[in-house]
Design a protein around this ligand. Structure first.
Ligand code: FAD
Length: 433
């Protein structure tokens, strides 16, 4: 019989949690499964924390099961917990966090499961590939396999914003940690970004009673499209294989019929991405990334209705343009930008500035002791597109230590698989083992 091993998962957000519970559920090859999470509560991570806001899931309840082979598991849990929902309901994200925490808790007394509340600071690897993980509180964990489930990193500082302005109390660089109720209700807020995070922040401000004007600015000024559940149900049966150009022609031909193209491509998107050459991936990022983001990362109709009434009431404005400079002015900020399409130079003043441009994906620039140490030891490196960690499609990290079973899971594999940031893809990935 093969010798049983210890697996250590670093990061107890949704990815680490899904991996741990899938391993525990499947009576895996491991004698010990260690989950290391630095924050107080494993299970929720960044996306599914209970921060007092009713932020909605952007995926319907019917697709959010924690287990690939039990598609109705989340719906069954909701029903057992008397939370009303159908398969097409967009529930508050904190409820999904409650679900993941509850699943993890079911295993708390499991003989092979060890939960550690601490921060992993460094990993040493021996010649035979065994790992020693060093933790902030002084302990070390030995393991034969390590999985990095480190999630999304905070956004980089806004380009054009002077270092002095970055220190301003009225500048929020990390929207996921923002205390929106601390923002004076009648003041003007400028949000940089128009994606799902910007939508969260606008709706979060509204929920906390904000009455001042809110402006969202992004290069193209496109808010996410709205989920069309009828079209999603009628999944298109298109063969998406081929070069980037062939895929674009197929997309254009189908767009004319008004179909939800990105939804139909979703089940094959990882395979297509892996098949692209580096040049095709770069072209995709240059020309199609923003279209992909608005079409693929859609918002629930309920959120869109709220935004539309804020626009009609004159409280919310959405602009397209490229930032030229941001300066501090009268306790607030003045931003100049070149308007999208017209190329006119415009300025806009605000009391508060919130950065919703998305996470920093270049691991060489993130502020994490662990990532910094792993880079220094060449245990990890950035992928060619600098979207995360370089790895094989099964998540095994590429490095000079072939015996070392070091893996990554979740958003850190964006450069390798592209579609690996939402729950359905993460769950299917971890359930493959
Ligand atoms: C705001 C937001 C909303 C989203 N909404 C949806 C949605 O509605 N539906 C959907 O399908 N997907 C959604 N997603 C996408 C997806 O679900 C997330 O990307 C996913 O939750 C990622 O989980 P994660 O565990 O990889 O990362 P994270 O949630 O970021 O968790 C990483 C964890 O690792 C811990 N950690 C990091 N470094 C260390 C260390 N050195 N030692 C110990 N612990 C460490 C952190 O404390 C954190 O808890 C959303 C994402 C975001 C950001």
């Amino acid at each position: 019989m093969a010798e049983k091993k210890t697996i250590a998962i670093i990061g107890g957000g949704a990815s680490g949690t899904l991996l741990a519970i899938n391993l525990l559920e499947s009576n895996s090859e491991f004698s010990t499964i260690v989950l290391i999470e630095k924050s107080n509560e494993a299970g929720r991570g960044l996306a599914f924390q209970d921060n007092g806001h009713d932020y909605l899931l952007n995926v319907v309840a019917g697709k959010m099961s924690a287990y690939s082979d039990k598609p109705s598991h989340f719906l069954d849990w909701l029903s057992e917990n008397k939370i009303p929902a159908t398969e097409n309901t967009f529930l508050p994200r904190r409820i999904y966090g409650q679900y993941l925490s509850a699943l993890l808790n079911e295993f708390k007394n499991h003989s092979v499961f060890v939960r550690i509340k601490d921060e992993a600071l460094d990993i040493a690897v021996s010649e035979n590939g065994d790992f020693e993980i060093k933790l902030r509180l002084g302990k070390s964990i030995n393991a034969q396999k390590v999985v990095l489930a480190l999630g999304n990193c905070p956004p980089p500082q806004l380009r054009g914003l002077a270092p002095i302005s970055q220190q301003s109390e009225n500048y929020i660089n990390d929207p996921w940690k923002a205390n929106l109720s601390a923002i004076s209700k009648d003041k003007t807020v400028l949000i940089i970004g128009t994606g799902l995070t910007a939508v969260d922040i606008v709706l979060g401000l509204k929920q906390s009673g904000h009455t001042g004007k809110i402006t969202c600015l992004s290069t193209h000024g496109h808010l996410p499209l709205v989920h069309n559940l009828n079209q999603e149900a009628a999944q298109l049966n298109i063969d998406w294989k081929g070069t980037l150009s062939a895929i674009i022609s197929t997309a254009k031909a189908n767009l004319k019929s008004g179909n939800e193209i990105m939804s139909s491509i979703r089940p094959q998107s990882q395979e297509i991405w892996i098949g692209f050459s580096l040049e095709e991936k770069k072209r995709f990022l240059r020309h199609l990334k923003h279209l992909w983001a608005t079409d693929r990362h859609r918002m629930p109709k309920e959120s869109s209705d709220k935004l539309n009434s804020m626009i009609q009431e004159g409280q919310l404005t959405v602009l397209g343009g490229k930032i030229d400079s941001i300066n501090s002015k009268n306790n607030g900020f003045e931003l100049s930008y070149t308007q999208y399409k017209s190329s006119e130079l415009k300025t806009i003043a605000c009391d508060y500035l919130i950065n919703c441009t998305g996470p920093e994906s270049n691991i060489e620039r993130v502020d994490s002791v662990l990532i910094h140490n792993l880079l220094k030891k060449d245990l990890i490196k950035a992928d060619e597109l600098k979207l995360g960690i370089d790895a094989y499609p099964n998540g095994k990290v590429k490095n000079e230590f072939p015996a070392a079973e070091l893996y990554a899971v979740g958003p850190m594999l964006r450069g390798i698989l592209w579609e690996i940031t939402a729950i359905p893809e993460i769950r299917d990935f971890v359930s493959k083992g």
